[in-house]
Design a protein around this ligand. Structure first.
Ligand SMILES: *Cc1c(COP(=O)(O)O)cnc(C)c1O
Length: 399
């Protein structure tokens, strides 16, 4: 029996599926299994190995005890909607109506899925940077869209203005950005953001911005693109509690946008998860109201972790791009004599007892060659773990 649907057709075209329709084996699953099998330190997947703030965890336990266990309202628990609105005002000076301009979702992933499905017509183009968060390719295929990418150039991972201009046209429906950027750790400059707004206006495109690392920048401010002149009317801003509060398994995310856009996205979202995470919603509201010291604290802690891993990678002989934000650092295995990041990642458990993910997992077949020797490592781990990884990696330079 041939099992196929619209997604398989577009996904095959985008290189997400093998010719026989099978899902190309996920390198994330392969690397996590490898870490497990070899007892290696897993710096492949980006999830923290410590719990977040105790108040937030306690608030979830309390909500369950208090009976907050049934379907919440479709747009989200008003307690969380209000807290998101306060958060946008406190950090960015943005006035967002909690009743009409915010939607709570099953993580940033559902916010992305519902947005793309709601706003894309089959054949519309979606422009993203490359490398890109792996879900983008799959979701654009799901929406029947055509994925066009603008390469970020190593080292430094900034776009070329001319390449960005060339990628956006009247066929572009969405410009989908991720800032701070996974996998490269880039924080885009105000000039790049302003150019995106300019292009969106010129070609009547909408901007979708995935800002799940909004509180995890190091020494540079996070500037939501929606705060730029002319952006708010055409921008959908997506975030999530997972990366800020170390609650990636709770899958509480949200988006904010002009009311008619939120309504259009809600129409799709109601048929995806409908709603999710009732007791976690007031708990995340509690987190969003934590004082500024919490937010500066998580960025300072993570910057220190980044420094431990960066130093270890340099000592090992890698060329690295020091990230300004996010959970990740990109290292070039070429400096250790490996032209293929995937081959290097398969060898690394044996060589150093550490696991990373090749950047090829975040690329399209057409541009994969540009990033062939690059590897992503996560530093959202306990300092002892990172120090151990650094020590083990240092042994590579002796080879
Ligand atoms: C982790 C991550 C997500 C997924 O967020 P969830 O809230 O877990 O769905 C989306 N985008 C980027 C860039 C991420 O790193």
């Amino acid at each position: 029996m041939t099992i196929t649907g619209a997604w398989q057709r577009t996904a095959r075209g985008a290189g997400l599926l093998a010719a026989d329709g099978s899902v190309t084996a996920s390198i994330f699953a392969e690397m996590s299994a490898l870490a497990m099998r070899t007892g290696s330190i897993n710096l492949g997947q980006g999830f923290p190995d410590e719990d977040g703030p105790a108040e937030v965890l306690e608030a979830a336990r309390q909500a369950i005890a208090d009976g907050v266990n049934q379907y919440p309202p479709g747009r989200g628990d008003p307690i969380l909607l209000d807290a998101i609105s306060r958060h946008q005002l406190r950090f960015y000076g943005l006035t967002v109506d909690p009743a009409t301009e915010i939607l709570v979702t099953a993580g940033a992933t559902e916010a992305l899925a519902a947005t793309i499905l709601a706003l894309l017509e089959p054949g519309d183009e979606v422009v993203t940077f490359e490398p890109f968060y792996d879900a983008y390719g799959g979701l654009i295929a799901l929406g029947g869209g055509i994925h066009r990418t603008v390469p970020l150039h190593s080292p430094g991972f900034q776009p070329e203005e001319s390449e960005l201009r060339a990628a956006v046209s009247d066929r572009t429906r969405l410009i989908l950005i991720n800032n701070p950027h996974n996998p490269t750790g880039t924080v885009f400059s105000t000039e790049t953001l302003a150019l995106i707004v300019e292009l969106a206006h010129r070609h009547n495109a909408l901007i979708v911005t995935d800002e799940v690392y909004e509180h995890l920048t190091f020494g540079v401010p996070h500037i939501p693109i929606t705060t730029l002149p002319g952006a708010a009317e055409r921008t959908i801003t997506i975030s999530s509690a997972g990366k800020t509060f170390n609650t990636t398994g709770w899958k509480i995310g949200w988006l904010s946008a002009p009311a008619p856009i939120v309504t259009a996205i809600l129409a799709v979202k109601q048929f995806l998860s409908y709603v999710n995470g009732a007791p976690f919603q007031p708990a995340i509201a509690r987190g969003l109201d934590l004082p500024d010291s919490f937010y500066t604290g998580i960025a300072t802690d993570l910057a220190a972790k980044r420094d431990v891993l960066a130093e270890g990678l340099r000592t090992a002989g890698f060329e690295i791009t020091v990230p300004q934000g996010s959970y990740f650092i990109v290292a070039d295995a070429q400096s250790l004599g490996y032209a293929e990041g995937a081959e290097f990642c398969r060898a690394l458990p044996e060589l150093a007892g550490v696991v990373g993910v090749p950047l090829s997992a975040f690329t399209s077949p057409d541009h994969r060659h540009r990033y062939a020797s690059l590897v992503r490592f996560a530093y959202c781990k306990r300092v002892e773990v990172l120090e151990q990884a650094a020590t083990q990696l240092a042994g590579l330079s002796a080879r």
